[in-house]
Design a protein around this ligand. Sequence first.
Ligand SMILES: [Fe+2]
Length: 391
Amino acid sequence: MTLRFFKTLVVMMIASALQANAISIISGPYLQNVTDSEVTIVWRTDKDALSWVEIAPDDDLHFYSEAHPRYYATDMGRAVIGKLHKVKIKKLDKNTTYRYRVVSKEVTDEQPYYVIYGRHTSTDVYGRKPLKFTTADSNTDKVNFLVVNDMHGDTAKMTDLLSNFRKGTTDFVFFNGDMVNFMDNEQQLFDGFIDRSVKLFASETPFYMARGNHESRGRFARNYMNYFPTSTGKPYYTLRRGPIFFIVLDGGEDKPDTDIEYSGTTFGDEYRAEQAEWLNEIVATDEFKQAPFKVVVTHVPPVGDTWHGPLHAKSLLLPILNKAGIDLMLCAHLHRHKYNEPGTEGAQFPVLINSNTELLKIDADSKKLNVEIIKRDGTTSKKLSYDSRVK
Ligand SMILES: [Fe+2]
C-alpha cells in the first residue's frame, strides 16, 4: 500500500465517520393547526438540536436570494432544545403561499454559560424546490377535504384511500381517530401514520386530528398534544375552513370509567362535561352562527351504540348540538358505514359514521356541501348533499 493511498483511505474513513455522526431529520416536517394567520411546523431529528423555520415569499427569486426571517421554538423565554421540534409561526397573511426551510443545529452540550453546537441539518432548498404551505381563508367560498379514520396503523390501506388526495385541490385531510392501536412510544406514532402522511402530503398540506379512544390508551398517550397542536391546546377545538365551521370533539373512552380495562386511570365523564361547558360557549358565538355550514367531527358517535361513552355523550352533548343547528356530524369508531337521517336516535341532524375501509371526499361552497364516499378500490359507494340553512 502506497503512502498516498493510505492517506486517502484515512480521509475517506474520517469523512464517512463524520457523515454517520451527522444530525439528520428523521420525520417530517408536517403542518399542523393551519389557520388564516398561523401555521405550526413539526419535525424530528435523531440528535438534540436547537431549531428554527425560515419562511420566504412564494416568488421567482431563489431561496438564497436573501436572508429570511427565522422562527424558533421557544418556551419560557428560551429556545427549546430536543429531538422533537415544533415551531408556531403567527401573523401570517391569509390565503397566502409561503416557501419554507426547517433547520436544526445539533447541541452537543449545554452548560450554564455556553452551548456547544455540532453540525446542522435542514430541508433542501438547493437540490429541489423548497417546501411550501398555504394559510387558510375563512372568507373564501370553497373548501375541499378528505376524511380517513380507524386505520389502526395500516399504512397500506391508508395509502390506497389517500390516493384520492390531489395536491393543489385538497385543502387538508382529517384523521378522525384510531390511527394507531394505542400510544406506547413516539416511534410507534410516526410508524403508525405520521411518516406515511409526510410521504403522501403532510409537508405541504395539513392534517387535523380528532382523537380516537385508541389514541387515549398507552403510556405515551399523555404526550398527544406535543404532536397535534390545536387552537385550544386540547384535543377538542374549533376550526374555520372556507364556508365550514368545524367543531372537533374528543369522545374519550367508550366503557365506564371504573372498568377494569382502565385500571383507575380514566376520567371520561368529567372530561365530556368539560367539553359540554366549552361547547355551550362555542355555539353562542357569532362566528359559529354565521358560518354557512356547521360540521361536528367526533370519533366515537353519540348514537348507534349502548356503551357508556356514547350514551354519556348523547345525554350531555346532543341537546346542545340539536339546538345549535348542526348540518352534519362525522364519526368513526364502528368500523362499518352507518348513516342516520336527521331525527334518528335523538340527533336532529344527519350523522355519517365512516367505515374503516372507505374515505370521505367532501367539498363545499356557501350554498352546498357534498360528500362522496369512496371505497379502497376507488369506486364510489354513496353520495350525499346538503344545502346551507343560513340565509
Ligand atoms: Fe374507536
